[in-house]
Ligand binder design. Structure first.
Ligand code: ATP
Ligand code: MG
Length: 414
């Protein structure tokens, strides 16, 4: 992609109303634009990052047997009345048609996915079943001031599983918990799984996945020497209390952002929609259900909160919108320009994505500042000084190397 043709350019200043690092940097570097509080447009660079995160999540969901579908966002009121969500869920957006009919915007999809299985699950042979989607969610959040960490419109992966027995549910639940930890690792994040209550309709245990960050809205208590972690809101322990799990250390307190969670829904929804199947013993039963959310757009924000410096964003390789950022300096010299063009073509032809700053009328300082702000992990410079080679530098350090294009290709092919 030629930077000169890129639809959005970096801004000189971050927006005045931006209170968080992710809002500031993502806007200034041209990844997103806020339409109103909690609602953002994803620009070409931002959409690419969102797609990269989505793809990692998709691969891992498919790996554990998830089948992807796409459900509507516009829901009939009746489904939400059937679960009592219409009158009890305060974040539910409600719409009235000109015909007087009422609708809800999906804030979660149990009300759609549960009736969807009615005619498709008849016997225990049809179970277990795992279906998921990656789609927009709408919530009437009171506070939406943390950039893309808390949107009124946001992108989520939501998987729903249906099981014959509690044991089968538990086995999948554990698999999914492990897969979540794997996903966060692939995304470059260290997530801690907390224990949390399952919500009003269930006393069952569920997990929240937390990433430590000052921009997070949750407070957690965790142990440094084992996996113990709880949300402070529901905890029986306090900061400094000896870890109830390993008993080795006092608990630490930190701010964190919830990037995902897994819930045991029991038979709440399958009873509400009267979904039954013939079990292996011949009796009619309601399937046991679980839901597994992962905040794709929030993850993008958390990554920016964690990976940045005073110059801009520092993307992990797998998430970066482009693998390399090629900068040509002194392009009014025809031989330098033609060399840069060749490097661009060669990298692109070898399957390496390139953001190519081909601008003629921009200083070296400005190009470097933009490259640091945008945060692509590999910067390549072609100039008179680089001769037949290319200057290679990783975003996170200052070390530069002069390499041939072949050597660059070896380094950037993952
Ligand atoms: P929170 O406590 O932060 O409001 P939640 O418990 O309401 O989260 P879920 O309903 O379980 O969250 O949604 C699944 C995931 O979607 C969350 O773990 C989080 O990563 C993400 N998420 C929830 N609300 C928002 C939001 N308003 N904006 C962006 N992401 C969100
Ligand atoms: Mg919430």
């Amino acid at each position: 992609m030629r930077y000169s043709k890129l639809f959005t350019k970096t801004l000189r200043q971050p927006p005045k109303d931006a209170a968080t690092i992710n809002h500031k940097l993502l806007t200034q570097a041209g990844y997103v634009e806020q339409l109103m509080a909690g609602v953002y447009t994803y620009l070409p660079l931002g959409l690419q990052v969102l797609r990269n995160i989505e793809q990692i999540v998709r691969e891992e969901m498919n790996q554990i047997g998830g089948q992807e579908i796409l459900m509507p966002i516009l829901h009939p009121k009746q489904n939400w009345e059937q679960t009592k969500g219409w009158s009890t869920i305060d974040v539910l957006f409600k719409l009235k048609s000109r015909t007087g009919k009422e609708y809800a915007l999906g804030q979660s999809e149990e009300e759609v996915v549960t009736p969807l299985i009615k005619s498709r699950v008849n016997t225990y042979k049809d179970l277990p079943l795992q279906i998921y989607q990656i789609h927009w969610k709408y919530r009437d959040e009171l506070r939406a001031k943390s950039g893309i960490l808390r949107g009124r419109e946001f992108f989520m992966k939501d998987l729903y599983s249906f099981h014959e027995s509690q044991e089968d549910f538990h086995a999948f639940y554990e698999t999914c918990k492990k897969t979540y930890l794997k996903i966060f690792k692939r995304l470059g994040l260290t997530a801690k799984a907390t224990e949390a209550s399952g919500g009003s309709f269930s006393e069952k245990i569920s997990y929240e996945f937390m990433v430590l960050t000052e921009a997070g809205e949750d407070e957690i208590l965790y142990c440094d020497s084992c996996d113990f972690c709880v949300n402070k809101e529901i905890a029986k322990v306090k900061e400094g209390s000896i870890c109830p799990s390993c008993k080795k250390k006092g608990l630490e307190q930190a701010k964190a952002s919830e990037v995902g969670n897994v819930f045991d829904l029991g038979q709440k929804y399958t009873k509400d929609f009267d979904i039954t199947f013939t079990a292996s013993d011949g009796s009619r039963k309601h399937p046991i259900m679980g839901c597994y959310g992962l905040g794709i757009s929030r993850v993008m924000g958390v990554i920016v909160e964690k990976f940045n410096d005073d110059k801009g964003i520092i993307w992990p390789d797998e998430l970066s919108p482009y693998r390399t950022h090629l900068v040509v300096l002194g392009a009014d010299d025809k031989s330098v320009l033609s060399k840069a063009e060749k490097v661009y073509e060669k990298l692109t032809a070898s399957g390496v994505s390139v953001l190519y700053d081909d601008r003629l009328d921009v200083s070296a300082g400005e190009k470097f500042a933009d490259s640091d702000l945008i945060g692509i992990p590999v910067r390549l410079v072609v100039s008179k000084k680089s001769g037949e080679k290319v200057e290679y530098k990783r975003r996170e350090n200052d070390k530069t190397e002069l390499l041939t294009v072949e050597e660059v290709l070896k380094k950037v092919h993952v």
